[in-house]
Design a protein around this ligand. Structure first.
Ligand code: 5GP
Ligand code: ZN
Length: 114
């Protein structure tokens, strides 16, 4: 059995608040939201980090972005603005090693990030 928390959520072994699911990805509310809207868009396929992506997975990555944009429209933050973040390894603060796109919005955000 997978030890990955997002694989467990995908497989229904850990409860989550899904807001979207299709044949490539799922999206859910972050358990520790950092903004009024904080969603995670996660590929169904287990890919540990951006460094592990292959050319064959480029459509998966594109799909994550298109899904994020659709969810931002649904949440009413498409025009006010939102931030898409995919952390990679220690210095970026990656804690779950199954890639995921953070969708953050609903408040102004600092740039550059800390
Ligand atoms: P990272 O630090 O890897 O970029 O982001 C991991 C994110 O996953 C964090 O924002 C954290 O709050 C979220 N997270 C970790 N475990 C769970 C969980 O079990 N359920 C949900 N919904 N989010 C989680
Ligand atoms: Zn996984």
């Amino acid at each position: 059995m997978s030890e990955c928390i997002f694989c467990k959520i995908r497989d229904g072994q850990v409860p989550a608040k899904p807001v979207h699911r299709d044949d490539v990805c799922l999206a859910l509310e972050d358990i520790n939201p950092q903004a009024p809207t904080h969603l995670l868009v996660i590929p169904l396929k287990h890919i540990p980090t951006v460094n592990d992506l292959t050319v064959d997975e480029r459509e998966v990555v594109g799909h994550l972005y298109l899904t994020a944009a659709k969810l931002a429209r649904q949440r009413g933050i498409a025009d006010s603005g939102y931030r898409l973040v995919m952390n990679t390894h220690r210095d970026a603060g990656q804690t779950v090693f199954h890639i995921h796109l953070h969708v953050l919005g609903g408040r102004p955000m600092e740039w550059p990030p800390g």
